[in-house]
Design a protein around this ligand. Structure first.
Ligand code: CP
Ligand code: NVA
Length: 304
């Protein structure tokens, strides 16, 4: 079990492996569009455990596994023994004895770590309270497709210091870019993570200053899944942190903006930007499919 490879954060892969994965995602996307048969993994089974809601993650993993010739199985705590208190470790031992790869979306990051520690097959983090690494694969793929390498670029995160923001900190390290984080006081990402990446990550509470000259501006909802009760309070505190035309006018002339979706128009992003004809946000969403096919292929081959 100890040599089984997992993808719990971007740090589980080396920068070279991540670059290769993005290249492969772009190749798989082209082949898929060309109608090529991609069923390289017949009979392989992906178990998808969802303790939180999802549209993109579920559809992209399920469609992706079908396109690779395998099968995807949806499991929710409501109708498995996971929701009735069966230990994560026992569940991991049993589920991994029957399937070839597992994806988990849940609350505490320790849950995916504990599952992976007892799993005989690769485990993919499909979002925890702390990280959302699959989304970063799609975001970087999108950047590369539109602009080439992201190394040396400056990225501005606007909003909550949440799981997406923390994944951008890891991405800054692995893909070698500079990250400015504009968040309200009290909503910073984990201080240890920021300190460990102090050379390339800076907190700047003023969103317009943070966006100055940025090549890429990224945002996400103000209240993440599990924080629904804080929605109103956060809407007031985050009012200045909207990605809109004014903020983008501070960024580089050809800057892109991204949002992992689902989006709240008029809150963290203006309707004007969401619905702009040139936005790459829809490519970003579609790329979840291609990036995760590359990820599953890599993990399945590594564990063959
Ligand atoms: N971006 C993202 O992970 O979307 P879902 O919550 O719909 O899976
Ligand atoms: N930060 C958001 C991302 C959703 C894809 C959440 O955790 O709800």
């Amino acid at each position: 079990m100890s040599d089984t490879r997992h993808f719990l954060t971007l740090l589980d892969f080396s920068p070279a492996e991540l670059d290769q994965l993005i290249k492969r995602a772009i190749e798989l996307k082209r082949a898929h569009r060309d109608g090529k048969d991609q069923r390289a993994f017949p009979g392989k089974v992906l178990a998808m455990i969802f303790a939180k809601s999802s549209t993109r993650t579920r559809v992209s993993f399920e469609a992706g596994m079908a396109q690779l010739g395998g099968h995807a199985m949806f499991l929710s705590p409501q109708d498995t023994q996971l929701g009735r208190g069966e230990p994560i470790e026992d569940s991991a031992r049993v589920i991994s004895s029957m399937v070839d790869i597992v994806m988990i979306r849940t609350f505490g990051h320790d849950i995916v770590q504990r599952f992976a520690a007892c799993s005989s097959v690769p485990v993919i983090n499909g979002l925890t309270d702390d990280y959302h690494p699959c989304q970063l694969l799609a975001d970087i793929q999108t950047w590369v497709e539109h602009r080439g390498s992201i190394a040396g670029k400056s990225v501005c995160w606007v909003g909550d210091g949440n799981n997406m923001c923390q994944s951008y900190i890891n991405a800054a390290r692995q893909f070698d870019f500079e990250l400015r984080i504009a968040c309200p006081a009290g909503f910073e990402p984990d201080a240890r993570l920021v300190a460990a990446n102090a050379g390339r990550v800076r907190i700047e509470h003023d969103p317009l200053l943070a966006a100055e000259g940025a090549d890429l501006v990224v945002t996400d909802v103000w209240a993440s899944m599990g924080q629904e009760k804080e929605q109103l309070k956060r809407a007031k505190l985050f009012a200045r942190y909207q990605v809109n035309a004014e903020l983008m006018s501070r960024a580089a002339g050809d800057a892109l903006y991204m949002h992992c979706l689902p989006a709240h128009r008029g809150e963290e992003i203006s309707a004007e930007l969401m619905d702009a004809p040139g936005t790459v946000i829809w490519d970003e969403a579609e790329n979840r499919l291609h990036a995760q096919k590359a990820l599953m292929e890599t993990l399945l081959l590594a564990n063959a």
